[in-house]
Design a protein around this ligand. Sequence first.
Ligand SMILES: [Zn+2]
Length: 83
Amino acid sequence: MADASRPRERSDPAAESADNNTRDADEVEHHPCPRCGVEAGSPCRARSGAVAGSYHTGRFTKVPRLTKHLRVLTPTDRGPGRP
Ligand SMILES: [Zn+2]
């Protein structure tokens, strides 16, 4: 209990989770999506053709590390890929 003088660790939960999300998304995008049919390297698409807000389950479960996730959000900086 003597570490009150310890320098604060760089901790920004929001930025950190955005970082992890980007890394997760990169791994998901190594695989094409069996659900909406996009190629590797593109974000998932909704039925309307717009970029989906999250990757389809059948896609991110191809990444063993992510199978326990309920959803993997598409980073907001992802543009629409090729259908
Ligand atoms: Zn998809």
